[in-house]
Design a protein around this ligand. Structure first.
Ligand code: PLP
Length: 396
């Protein structure tokens, strides 16, 4: 029998190879419980600002219910181009270098599918965003983890990247500010990574969905580094900064040849991003700056509350400089991260995510999303304190 016949009726092997989500089981459990404070899901508690919602409503009332260009609304692409130039000094041509996508989720997939040949290797820091590994595998690639360590706040060491480069390495994929650690990558490290990318002729897929959420530090846009626009696919989005997770809107920026390659995938899997969401995103980009600043200031207040409470109860938590996550070590509890998260949920009704869901290096940590109301965070920290005092004392 030929291979085709042997495998008829089977699920594709590369899809079978994707591990099932460590988080899903947890959310199933959570859905059946009452009185839970969820610090699990990585999304803003804010409703999308009203003027942004109104822009979408207006577009629908005006009958803007058709497909847009495959690239996205031209006004939106111009707005994205102006925005990136203003913030980071990097220039993208609105006609040929930007695609509006259905979330960074789609952007990530079309980027990987455009550059990965079967068996190509993609280097990515561990721990990392849960979708990176599956998306690399779906694109036919091998995901190669680059370990980072809790004792230096999960900094990415460029030499750890370079020592894993092989003739099959095609790209480096990362997201800073980082999910789940909240780490940002300092400019010097970025420059060193850029040098490695240049030396080994690698693409860099830079997921900058959290670019606006930084606290007391700058965000460095990877493609704005000298010579990097040529080899970078920049992914940017609206979900986090503008509280627009449900709208499913984001974008890719890359030189025209790469953009054309991504367009070949985008036009057949998505055609174009949802039209009302594009009108909302245009309003966000043009008039949303004050909203972003207000939300970031509030996240910062919550961040300080959570980090100081965690350290105070013996859960060592370095200061996260970006995104809206804290990633404390939970060793003091005497439990592993899965047991910790499960018992915290059952005993105190606080949901956090076990760190090992984000990769091996995340073991012994939990991810806490502090994009939650301040009073709820206070209550959650009180519950965690109670949990810790009970468990640390029983461990003695
Ligand atoms: N990239 C990172 C690092 C994320 O944390 C998330 C969502 O949590 C995404 C991408 C997906 O974003 P979107 O809502 O734009 O699909």
């Amino acid at each position: 029998m030929s291979d085709g016949i042997t495998h008829r009726g089977n699920i594709a092997q590369h899809v079978q190879a994707i591990p099932s989500s460590g988080i899903r089981r947890f959310f199933d459990l959570l859905a059946s419980m009452e009185g839970v404070i969820s610090l699990g899901v990585g999304q803003p508690d804010f409703v999308t600002p009203n003027h942004i919602r109104q822009a979408a409503i207006r577009s629908i009332e005006d009958g803007e219910t058709y497909y847009t260009s495959n690239y996205g609304l031209v006004e939106l692409r111009h707005a994205i181009s102006r925005h990136l130039y203003k913030l980071y000094g990097v220039r993208y041509d609105a006609g040929t270098e930007i695609i509006v996508t259905a979330g960074v989720s789609e952007a990530l997939n079309i980027a990987l599918q455009a550059v990965i040949d079967p068996g190509d290797e993609v280097l990515s820091p561990d721990p990392g965003y849960v979708a990176y590994l599956p998306c690399v595998v779906i694109a036919g690639g091998h995901y190669v983890q680059v370990p980072t360590r809790a004792d230096d706040s999960f900094e990415l060491h460029p030499e750890e990247i370079e020592s894993r480069v092989t003739p099959r390495t095609k790209a480096i994929l990362f997201g800073y500010p980082a999910n789940p650690t909240g780490a940002v990558m300092p400019r010097e490290t970025m420059l060193a990574v850029a040098e490695i990318a240049r030396r080994h002729n690698l693409f860099v897929i830079s997921d900058e969905i959290y670019d606006r959420l930084v606290y007391g530090t700058e965000h460095v846009c990877f493609s704005a580094l000298p010579g990097m626009k040529e080899r970078t696919i920049l992914l940017g989005g609206f979900s986090k900064a503008y509280a627009m997770t449900g709208w499913r809107l984001a974008y890719t920026c890359a030189r025209s040849e790469l953009t054309e390659a991504m367009m070949k995938v985008h036009q057949y899997v998505m055609m174009s991003a949802p039209t009302p969401a594009q009108f909302a995103a245009l309003e966000a980009m043009v008039n949303g700056e004050e909203d972003v600043r207000g939300m970031v200031a509030e996240y910062d207040r919550r961040r300080q509350l959570v980090v100081s409470a965690l350290n105070g109860m013996g859960l060592r938590c370095p200061e996260p400089k970006g995104a809206f996550y804290a990633f404390p070590q939970i060793g003091a509890s005497g439990m592993n991260d899965e047991t910790f998260a499960e018992r915290l949920l059952m005993e105190e009704r606080v949901a956090v995510i076990p760190g090992s869901a984000f990769g091996e290096a995340g073991a012994g940590h939990v991810r806490i999303c502090y994009a939650q109301r301040y009073e709820l965070l206070e209550e959650a920290m009180e519950r965690m304190r109670r949990f810790m005092s009970r468990n640390v004392s029983t461990a003695k």
